[in-house]
Design a protein around this ligand. Structure first.
Ligand SMILES: *[C@@H]1O[C@H](CO)[C@@H](O)[C@H](O)[C@H]1NC(C)=O
Ligand SMILES: [Ca+2]
Ligand SMILES: [Ca+2]
Length: 380
């Protein structure tokens, strides 16, 4: 192709891209008008990455080549390089009030409160750690979507000057989020970064599709939104947090969020200015769950909708189809002033192929996988 044709192509791609960004900005301002709040903790990756810019081109391997054959988890006996954090807790099930009649972000579909029944199930006690995910990749050769696309979203504050210099594209609606070339689960802040010292931190940059593959591999599945919220609430009705309404129970921090003025200053009073180990902080409710709110957002099975009725729901699984998946729990980037979404009723969404530095997962199961029936002594 000639130089002028090339130029025309590049120009039209840029035009298209700015259209998408503008559209998403319009979307955001609509959002903040209707809920009278700061725009949500988007990572600017709301639109499907298929429409995304550069990397996705003809030279890229076809999706089918990169899809893993899902082999099943081989429990590792004896000494393992890292502690296993894959235990599950039993969630007894029952009927609870899902959502709330006092939404903070009405536009997110936090309301209305509706009576919802959930059958007993099992849920990972911890977010999936880098060590767990590495074992998955070691055993299956799995390649995440961020690795296929060649980039993922990271908040500007966590990037080196060197990496920042290379970035030209910015997300209009959330300028502190940058698409970083080479950012993936193994290189959380892009080229030259590693997991050193954070094998027990939650895996990040995993898309919904990656999360589904991981959970399948360990003989589990993602929780439904109703299951996640039931588990989050820990048997307590209409509370903000898993333990009650007090942000800092007993004057302590029970979760990893953001303290200080977002995004300029993170005082990290909770001990962490970025992700925390999946084992950090007290158990957040009587089910023994850790970091079910805070630390990283977690994918659920359900497609996203904001339309809910007050009708009784029996083990709801969300809409049959959609464009976005529901994520729950908020992250280390949430503050009361910005993204007050570390509440059990709060919710947000991303396309199933999105990934970012504040988004991870934990798995659920209807039946306990057999390898977990006898908890090993050396497990955390
Ligand atoms: C994965 O494989 C690498 C290379 O063999 C090894 O160093 C690492 O410890 C393995 N990770 C896990 C979690 O077993
Ligand atoms: Ca923190
Ligand atoms: Ca979490």
């Amino acid at each position: 192709m000639g130089a002028s044709q090339k130029f025309a192509l590049v120009a039209s791609v840029l035009l298209l891209l700015s259209g998408v960004l503008l559209a998403s900005e319009a979307e955001k301002s609509k959002d903040s008008e209707s809920c009278n709040a700061e725009s949500k903790e988007g990572c600017g990756c709301q639109q499907s990455r298929d429409k995304d810019s550069k990397k996705k081109d003809a030279e890229e391997p076809k999706a089918d080549d990169t899809k893993p054959k899902v082999f099943y988890y081989k429990p590792v006996k004896g000494d393992t390089p890292y502690k296993r954090t894959n235990q599950m807790v039993r969630i007894p099930g029952g009927t609870f009030t899902m959502g709330t009649d006092e939404p903070i972000f009405a536009a997110d579909g936090e309301g209305p409160g509706r009576q919802t029944k959930v059958d007993p199930f099992y849920l990972d006690k911890y977010e999936v750690s880098n060590a767990e995910f590495e074992l998955f990749v070691n055993q299956t050769g799995f390649k995440t979507e961020a690795e296929s696309f060649g980039n993922s979203f990271v908040m500007e504050n966590y990037l080196s000057e060197e990496v920042k210099k290379e970035i030209t594209q910015m997300v209009a609606a959330a300028p502190w989020w940058l698409p970083v070339d080479g950012a993936d689960w193994k290189h959380p802040e892009g080229k030259g970064t590693s997991l050193k010292g954070r094998m027990d931190h939650p895996v990040i940059h995993t898309s919904w599709n990656d999360a589904v593959a991981y959970c399948k591999w360990v003989g589990k599945r993602l929780p439904t939104e109703a299951e996640f919220e039931f588990a989050c609430r820990g048997g307590r009705e209409n509370r903000l947090f898993p333990w009650g309404n007090n942000l800092n129970p007993k004057g302590q921090h029970w979760m990893n969020i953001w303290q200080g003025k977002f995004p300029e200053e993170n005082t990290a009073e909770d001990g962490y200015d970025y992700t925390a180990p999946v084992t950090a902080f007290p158990e957040q409710n009587k089910y023994g769950l850790k970091n079910i709110i805070g630390n990283v957002w977690e994918w659920t099975q359900d497609w996203w909708t904001t339309e809910h009725t007050k009708d009784f729901k029996d083990n709801p699984k969300g809409p049959l189809s959609g464009t976005d998946k529901v994520k729950k729990g908020g992250s280390y980037q949430c503050t009361m002033q910005y993204c007050y979404r570390y509440r059990c009723a709060a919710r947000s969404q991303n396309t199933p192929d999105s990934s970012a530095a504040n988004l991870g997962l934990r798995c659920a199961a209807t039946k306990l996988p057999s390898y977990l029936k006898k908890p090993a002594k050396d497990e955390l």
